[in-house]
Design a binder for this molecule. Structure first.
Ligand SMILES: [Mn+2]
Length: 437
């Protein structure tokens, strides 16, 4: 017997990859994990008969000649199958899109591509062979790609993911069904917990990182808490989220963490709490400890372990051209032209920020024939300023939500620098190049 299986706690990408594998290797029998990830349960309920799965323990009754593993290359994630396979000396083929975590299945033949989904790797093979697939399988596969690419929004997305998605659409995939499979919060308790948590989030600047923290007490572990945390993370658009769930009945606390920054390594951070997982997704269960205590320890640990991120003080321009309060509008206008700026902070005799003057303000003065009067009459007096510790995300909020082009950086009332919209955009461009290459 030849068999194909994915990792334990099968997700939508596992199902997608297995659904397509039967076109590449029709003689491989699918085996299902004992655990189905909550996100894949709807799809599983609808299509399980179509797959014709057998259970891992059924493997012991057969001589297994060869194995295909999809969506993982790690030994530890396929233990539940291999423990039932006796005297195996056949070939293992691995189709996966994850980087090695030094736990590779030994002696396997690896088909690795860094696409957004494993389903994409197999879909590309089918495209090359010009194989037609049934609409049901196309739907299952497309759900796998949507899920693993975060609806084509994650950084892992490659052109190939779009190509295979389009091939699946041509083969009759139903986007509507894909949408119903992807709804991650299915249970009532998850939805009410989601709203409770949203109302009680703490946003923190920790060493220049924009972090969301959540603390909530519930009777017992009701499952699906990671999905709730992920949903909040999607909405909050922070660099990382840490949710502490305290289970009153057992006196345990579960920390669920997600990050989207390379410099916030959750596997390392959560090791402190006995947790495990990946760089960007990790969790830990802390036993016999009050929830508030775990929360406090977590905050403390983040302060100590998060590397300092770029903040306003690092990207601001320190030599700022300023307008003196004593200038007339005519003088200010000539000055702005000389320094080639569209606006500048206005300082008092004592060097304190008292206003902001833009070319637009000057235009108004010119129309009103008031160019001889002091800048005081036409400058903006409620200036939005920021401190040098502002995170990149907060700088963005300030510039775009207030619709301003210049953000003066102040210490008390004195000006220490300025960030313009183009400084910010320039930084973001350099930063995104750094992370994608
Ligand atoms: Mn995957």
């Amino acid at each position: 017997m030849k068999v194909v299986f994915g990792h334990s706690n099968m997700d939508l990408d596992c199902f997608g990859a297995i659904a397509l594998m039967k076109y590449l290797h029709p003689d491989y029998q699918p085996v299902q994990s004992q655990l189905i990830h909550p996100i894949a349960r709807n799809l599983y309920n609808l299509y399980q008969n179509r797959f014709g799965f057998i259970a891992p323990k059924d493997l012991k009754d057969h001589k297994i000649e060869s194995v295909i593993v999809v969506d993982t290359r790690s030994k530890s994630r396929v233990k539940e199958y291999f423990k039932w396979i006796k005297d195996f000396d056949g070939e293992v083929e691995v189709y996966d899109h994850h980087p090695s975590d030094h736990d590779d299945i030994e002696g396997a033949c690896f088909h690795i591509e860094d696409f957004g989904a494993t389903t994409t790797i197999i879909g590309r093979e089918l495209m090359k062979l010009d194989i037609k697939i049934e609409p049901e399988d196309a739907t299952i596969a497309l759900a796998g790609i949507y899920s693993d690419t975060g609806n084509f929004q994650h950084e892992n997305v490659k052109e190939a993911d779009f190509e295979v998605a389009s091939y699946l659409m041509r083969n009759g995939a139903s986007l509507k069904l894909v949408g119903t499979f992807l709804r991650s919060l299915k249970e009532k308790h998850q939805i009410s917990l989601f709203h409770d948590m949203l109302n009680r989030l703490t946003h923190k600047n920790i060493n220049g990182h924009y972090i969301v923290l959540s603390y909530i007490e519930i009777e017992d572990n009701v499952g699906g808490l990671a999905a709730v945390t992920e949903k909040i993370f999607e909405i909050e658009y922070s660099e990382a989220i840490f949710s502490v769930f305290y289970f009153k009945k057992k006196n345990n606390a579960l920390i669920v963490a997600r990050s989207n920054k390379d410099n916030i390594r959750l596997d390392e951070i959560m090791a402190e709490f006995g947790g495990g997982g990946h760089e960007r997704a990790s969790s830990a269960l802390v036993k016999d400890q009050s929830g508030m205590m775990v929360y406090a320890m977590l905050e403390d640990h983040l302060q100590k372990s998060l590397v300092h991120a770029v903040v306003a003080g690092d990207i601001m321009v320190k030599e700022v051209d300023t307008i003196k309060e004593s200038m007339t509008l005519m003088e200010a206008s000539i000055f702005l032209e000389e320094v080639n700026h569209t606006g500048a902070p206005v300082l008092s005799e004592r060097g304190e920020i008292v206003g902001f003057m833009t070319l637009r303000d000057i235009m108004k003065a010119r129309k009103a024939n008031q160019m001889h009067v002091s800048v005081r009459g036409f400058m903006t007096t409620n200036v939005i300023t920021a401190s040098k510790d502002l995170t990149i995300r907060e700088i963005e909020d300030s510039l775009f939500q207030n619709n301003i082009g210049h953000l003066p950086i102040a210490q008390g009332k004195s000006l220490i620098g300025m960030i313009t919209r183009s400084d910010y955009l320039g930084f973001m461009e350099r930063d995104s190049k750094k992370t994608t290459t």
